[in-house]
Design a protein around this ligand. Structure first.
Ligand SMILES: [Fe+2]
Length: 168
């Protein structure tokens, strides 16, 4: 589900911590497949990402079109297009959590000839925790949505998200 904090038409960005909010650096990258066989790397897929800051607040803490907000209110959101190999990557900070939700990242994928997907990913290392188990918003995420974040070089927390889009 999209949830209450999706802002439409945010500017392209791959470093989405434009306002330099404090937090642990994070890089989440991925690859998008599709086509008739479901395994063809898809170029030019629009990938949108949004998540909260380390205190659990969104910027803005709202939704609607980006034009409703002052540019200084926009942070930890961005969009990009996959390259010729279907790859994408975003640099940001590790989000905190809020309410009864487990730590998460929101995503939207849109490719011509394919069904658009709105989804969320989680931290595999949070799986089995009380918080993860109590998240009734998304009770049983598929295994592909638990990302194996781990510390990479220079203390950046990194994970790979593999996505398969279905032909429309
Ligand atoms: Fe959220």
């Amino acid at each position: 589900m999209e949830g209450p904090f999706f802002v439409r038409n945010v500017a392209p960005a791959v470093d989405i911590n434009m306002r330099r909010a404090r937090g642990k650096p994070m890089r989440v990258s991925g690859v998008v497949h599709g086509g008739v066989d479901g395994m063809t790397p898809l170029a030019g897929v629009k990938v949108e990402i949004w998540h909260c800051d380390s205190d659990g607040n969104y910027h803005p803490n709202g939704n609607g079109d980006v034009g409703r907000y002052h540019p200084a209110e926009i942070n930890l959101r961005g969009s990009t297009k996959t390259d010729a190999q279907g790859r994408f990557a975003f640099d940001s900070i590790v989000p905190g959590h809020y309410g009864a939700r487990r730590r998460h990242i929101h995503w939207r994928f849109e490719a011509s000839g394919h069904l658009a997907v709105t989804t969320q990913t989680y931290w595999l290392k949070d799986k089995g925790s009380l918080r993860a188990g109590a998240d009734f918003v998304d009770r049983n995420p598929e295994s592909c949505r638990w990302l194996a974040f781990a510390d990479g070089p220079r203390g950046v927390e990194e994970a790979l998200f593999t996505v398969q889009l279905i032909k429309a």
